[in-house]
Design a protein. Structure first.
Lengths: 289, 424
């Protein structure tokens, strides 16, 4: 024990640049501290790592759930909307048509729900340790990408099965994915901050996610929406994301065009608002959560 | 490096009453809006309708300065504002008014095992918890073996902590926390976990940290721990600093306040005995006769019992006694004056029996005192004159019983002994 402590005492020398922190009441609206977030990047990594490690602990199917969920939904949709309701498939096999939408949607729905509940779930942590609280929703949104990647493998398999060849449009897939990530983060920031104060959010979430799905072209093509209303449709960023995915993966139909720009604009506004609102809540969240 | 580690100026923190552990349901907001729409619009829906204030100032103008390398204790009753101050300094919550500057990397330890995840293994939790407490991954890698050795959980490293015994869990949690090496360490009452042996180990570790020259702010209700670890202390009460200075003085003052009896316990107690004599008061004094609120291990102390003579004749002989008990009412010692061949005669109408103990052999802690007067008695034969059926509190603070200059007495037994040691 004694030797152990001697090495400790002599081990570290205080760095020359002593960081100085000023603590004062919250003021202003615009005090985002990106440098601090960067300084805490390792903790973000550990939060993501924890989320992933814990997610499928003590389950039989394990990470298989990441594939099973969108796959099962795809089968149901193909049967009901495709075979029975005879939805116009726009020249794409039904399973591919639905799976292309379910892939980003499942990610989005999971990331959003995770991000929304994360502040409340980590209540103990928030009241006992300081770290930029934004790491929590951020970690939820990032850790969902693992499930996305697993589910994506199935898409590749399906593409092979249906003999589809990727086109140049597939190169834009990361951009659409980024849009999905930012949408989940933006909405997650708002909802997690609200959830910390109003627990009603917890009960609203299932409905919200469901309504949002109906408002997105998951189970139907966006061409069902009349052309002149299409841009309003784009106000739902997930409409842009899903249309983008379908187009980028199948290479068929027309590029989402204007829709995607409206979506991107909306996301940026939501994200900035979410960041500011979340930041404002951050100072006192430990007192109310 | 600047000499000041922490500077706090006019720090105030307001809490709405009932705000902690309470959250607003939208229903309440809507309900209020319907009940009192105008007030809602004017933004006063939280007004104090019942005349009581709807907020408290958990901190009400605290200013202090802590230098680098200082170990400072924060003491005070529950709800005095100690933890609030610590939470503000560790940036968990923001102050309502005021300002603080912190020079240096801060590590705060408000709880042991913060962020432990039940499903993760011991190894995984070390990394997670370390990162949450502010360690870099490289730092955790480097100290990993030390932590595991400290926690004594080598064989269970790859078992999820949900299968750990509570002792193992706490040891692991503390091991991670103990290896936190910030320049400034903020510690809340975290030593109050685990068994006695483990607490001692933690205390030892804390001692190393302070000796290593780190700045430490330590909140505790364990006064001997505060005295051992900290050179200076602040007492907080009602959100104010009410006492500051060297630890011994502050702790003594605080303890005295805590143990000052509300009323004289002898005025209305049941008694046995013939009543020819009546004990009316008890106090501790220094050998010079100054009242003393707290006794110290190893120091001279006078037990003084005031009495009223209610009918003892001049030639009546009184043997007076008192006993000291642990706070569990287990007797520690019992001392009749006639043991030392002292009996009292010619009692005045009122007076004081005094017993001077040259060297108090009690370990730090809280004790109870009881007293009894016997008439014409020696060798336990005689008539009981007065036996108040009441325990009077006695607090003993740590002192230099062994004359080594070290007041660091961690003993679990109430009695202290000393002698000489040798080996043959």
């Amino acid at each position: 024990m004694a030797t152990l402590i001697q090495t400790k005492a002599g081990g570290e020398n205080l760095s020359a640049a002593v960081p100085m922190v000023v603590i004062q009441p919250p003021r202003g609206w615009f005090d985002l501290d990106f440098a601090e977030m960067w300084a805490y990047r390792e903790l973000l990594y550990f939060f993501v790592w924890r989320d992933i490690k814990v997610r499928y602990k003590q389950t039989v199917v394990g990470a298989g759930w990441a594939v099973l969920q969108p796959f099962a939904t795809m089968v149901v949709f193909s049967l009901f909307f495709g075979k029975l309701a005879k939805l116009p498939p726009e020249g794409i096999p039904y399973p591919i048509f639905f799976y292309c939408a379910l892939l980003p949607w499942t990610y989005f729905a999971g990331a959003l729900s995770g991000a929304t509940s994360t502040v409340v779930e980590n209540q103990r942590l928030i009241t006992k340790v300081y770290f930029p609280r934004i790491l929590l929703p951020l970690a939820s949104v990032i850790s969902g990408l693992v499930d996305f990647a697993i589910a994506f493998v199935l898409l590749i398999a399906m593409a092979f099965y249906y003999g589809m060849v990727p086109t140049a449009a597939a190169l834009l897939l990361p951009a659409f994915l980024l849009l999905a990530i930012l949408t989940a983060l933006a909405a997650g920031l708002w909802l997690s901050a609200l959830n910390a104060i109003y627990r009603d959010v917890r009960y609203v979430m299932p409905f919200l996610v469901q309504f949002w799905m109906f408002a997105s072209p998951v189970a139907y093509p966006s061409t069902l929406v009349p052309e002149r209303w299409r841009w309003i449709y784009g106000l739902n960023p997930m409409a842009g994301v899903i249309e983008g995915f379908r187009w980028a993966i199948t290479g068929q139909g027309q590029a989402p065009g204007g829709l995607i720009f409206v979506s991107a604009g909306v996301v940026i506004v939501m994200l900035i608002g979410g960041l500011l609102y979340f930041r404002r809540m951050e100072g006192t969240v430990a007192d109310v959560v | 490096m600047s000499e000041i580690a922490i500077r706090v100026e006019g720090m105030r923190k307001r809490y709405r009453i009932g705000e902690r552990e309470r959250y607003t349901a939208l229903r309440d907001v809507l309900g209020n809006a319907i009940k009192a729409p105008w007030r809602m619009l004017r933004g006063k829906n939280r007004g104090a309708s019942n005349g009581k204030p709807d907020h408290i100032w958990a901190l009400d103008g605290v200013s202090l300065e802590i230098k680098h390398g200082e170990a400072v204790g924060l003491i005070g009753r529950n709800g005095a504002g100690k933890t609030t101050l610590l939470k503000i300094l560790s940036r968990i919550t923001k102050p309502t008014e005021g300002r603080a500057e912190i020079h240096g990397r801060v590590g705060s330890l408000l709880e042991v095992g913060t962020g432990f995840h039940q499903e993760l293994t011991g190894r995984e939790n070390i990394y997670l918890n370390g990162a949450i407490l502010g360690m870099k991954k490289a730092e955790i890698d480097r100290k990993f073996d030390e932590m595991v050795a400290f926690a004594e959980v080598e064989t269970f490293l790859d078992t999820p902590v949900k299968h750990y015994s509570s002792g193992m869990y706490v040891r692991l949690a503390f091991a991670v926390a103990a290896h936190l090496e910030p320049e400034i360490l903020l510690v809340d009452e975290v030593l109050a976990v685990g068994d006695a042996a483990f607490q001692k180990k933690c205390l030892g570790k804390m001692n190393e940290v302070t000796r290593a020259g780190r700045t430490v702010v330590f909140v505790s209700h364990n006064m001997s721990a505060i005295e051992n670890l900290c050179a200076s202390a602040y007492q907080i009460d009602g959100g104010h600093i009410v006492r500051a200075g060297d630890t011994r003085t502050v702790v003594s003052g605080y303890l005295a306040e805590q143990h000052r009896p509300e009323a004289n316990p002898f005025t209305n107690c049941t008694r046995t005995g013939n009543g020819k004599l009546r004990v009316t008061s008890f106090r501790l004094e220094t050998p010079l006769g100054k009242p003393l609120d707290v006794a110290r291990s190893g120091e001279a102390v006078v037990f003084a019992f005031g009495f009223e003579n209610r009918g003892c004749a001049a030639r009546d002989r009184v043997s007076f006694s008192f006993s000291v008990h642990t706070d569990h009412e287990v007797a520690v010692f019992h001392y009749y004056s006639h043991f030392s061949n002292t009996v009292f005669e010619n009692l005045p109408a009122t007076g004081t029996f005094k017993c001077r103990l040259p060297e108090l052999a009690l370990a730090p802690g809280n004790y109870l005192v009881m007293c009894r007067a016997m008439l014409n008695g020696d060798q336990f034969i005689g008539t009981e004159a007065d036996w108040p059926q009441v325990y009077v509190p006695l607090s003993v603070a740590s002192g230099d019983f062994y004359g080594t200059g070290d007041v660091n007495l961690t003993t679990w037994a109430p009695i202290l002994v000393k002698g000489t040691w040798s080996m043959e």
